[in-house]
Design a protein around this ligand. Structure first.
Ligand code: PMT
Length: 420
């Protein structure tokens, strides 16, 4: 059982590959971030990377040889790509150029980084950086799609002004974000696969209830909390399906994502996925009301007041709990701004849930569109206040509790309801 949800990465060995791009200098900051987190970092550069940054910089900061060419006379190990690739817990390439991505995707092995990619059994994560035109090119997008299919984790480039003056996506993701993504992946691979066999169905994001073809009612949910639950579930060996409405957070690698827009669509998708699930977690911010009528054309502006008539949306979580069958654990969230625990407990009772995650969304660093969250886990037999932690850590705590409740339900069939 996990005790604190904290990442387990001290002493992990990371191979940092650096390809030839203007962002190569940022690899130093990435390397330092990994070292600060307790990782042992070895660095390898492509020949072109050496045009942008000297191997000596990395050698001085890691106190390890930096490999550019494993056939170089000064390299003592003639099959360095094999030994190097077998001794690492993670292979991170930042920046990854269009050329390197294409080579990885095609399985070409004509230098140290490409041979290491083919030879390693460690998880691989790449942070592309290039001109927006090159990023959008179908050849690059084909390579990215192929790499995703091969299980490579991609850290999407940021949008912004490039060194060449172009504006768009292609800038290397901020070093801090690259480090966090690498640490999350290392953490995931270090975790016990204690949820193997579980099938976890999660709702995430903000539903959109259309007013007319261009306007809708929605909220500020980014989907980060729901995606973190999927990421944590996958790291622990479970299967994860996310029924996701509008989101702005990056999708978790390896989860099945079913896209929906409105509460009605979310209800239909959840009900069709539910028979397969063993744990259901409703992290989505579902609109409570929708317009009674959706105008078929854009509503024209006028000087008169406009009244929208709203009706309640279907309560997806309550419907799942109503149809609950044996040994399905049903977990809800409660986003509240006052009398948080009391109201969350009332929701637990009213909706017939096994667990509710009380979320005081008025607090700094909690709730909508934040990296962290502050929650209380309330089950029928106990409640636990958690301090502020990343949404991934919260997700692990929620899963710990769901796992405990599932074990209790399996042991005591009398607590389960029958299918209606
Ligand atoms: O997505 P993030 O930016 O990471 O933000 C995370 C979050 C704040 C959205 C998340 O932590 C959270 O609190 N989610 C629940 C938001 C919410 O709608 O709370 P509620 O108290 O209004 O609803 C209670 C529960 O019923 C929730 O589990 C909700 O998913 C569910 N619900 C609500 C209405 C409805 N029509 N159907 C539902 O299933």
């Amino acid at each position: 059982m996990l005790d604190d949800g904290a990442p387990r990465i001290a002493g992990k060995r990371v191979a940092l590959g650096v390809a030839g791009g203007i962002a190569a200098y940022k690899a130093v900051e990435i390397m330092r971030g990994l070292q600060r987190a307790g990782c042992a970092v070895r660095v390898a550069l492509t020949r072109h990377a050496c045009e942008f940054i000297r191997p000596l910089t990395f050698r001085a900061l890691t106190d390890e040889p930096v490999i550019v060419d494993d056939y170089a006379p000064e390299n003592p190990d003639p099959i360095a790509h094999i030994s190097f690739s077998q001794q690492i817990d993670l292979f991170l390439v930042a920046p990854a150029t269009a050329n390197l991505l294409a080579k990885f995707a095609a399985g070409l092995a004509d230098d140290f980084l490409t041979t290491t990619y083919l030879a390693t059994t460690a998880p691989v994560i790449v942070a592309p950086a290039m001109n927006p035109q090159m990023w959008h090119h179908p050849a690059t997008q084909r390579a990215i799609a192929q790499l995703r299919a091969d299980g490579v984790h991609i850290i999407e480039p940021d949008r912004g002004e490039m060194a060449c003056g172009a504006v768009g996506p292609g800038r290397l993701s901020e070093p801090e974000k690259v480090v966090q993504a690498a640490l999350r992946l290392l953490d995931a691979h270090g975790r016990a696969r204690d949820l193997t066999g579980e099938r976890i169905l999660i709702t995430a994001g903000a539903t959109r209830e259309e007013i007319d073809p261009v306007r809708f009612i929605s909220n500020r949910s980014s989907g980060r909390m729901g995606f973190a639950l999927a990421e944590a579930a996958l790291a622990r060996g479970a299967q994860a399906t996310v029924v996701a409405a509008a989101t702005s957070a990056p999708e978790p690698c390896g989860a099945r994502i079913v896209r929906v827009s409105s509460a009605e669509e979310m209800l239909r998708a959840v009900m069709s996925e539910l028979p397969d699930a063993t744990i259901f977690i409703a992290a989505a911010a579902v609109a409570d009301y929708r317009p009674v009528m959706r105008a078929p054309q854009k509503i024209k502006k006028s000087d008169r007041r406009l009244t929208l008539e709203l009706e309640p949306t279907p309560d997806i979580l309550a419907e799942v709990a109503r149809q609950k069958r044996d040994a399905l654990v049903v977990v809800g969230f409660a986003a509240e701004t006052e009398r948080v625990a009391e109201r969350a407990r009332a929701k637990l009772e009213r909706k017939g849930l096994d667990l509710i995650v009380a979320n005081d969304v008025s607090q700094e660093g909690a709730g909508f569109d934040t990296e962290t969250n502050i929650v209380t886990l309330i089950a029928r037999d106990r409640a636990r206040d958690l301090p502020r932690m990343t949404k991934l850590e919260v997700a692990h705590r929620v899963l710990d509790e769901a796992k405990r409740l599932r074990a209790m339900q399996m042991a005591d069939g009398s607590t389960a309801k029958t299918v209606r």
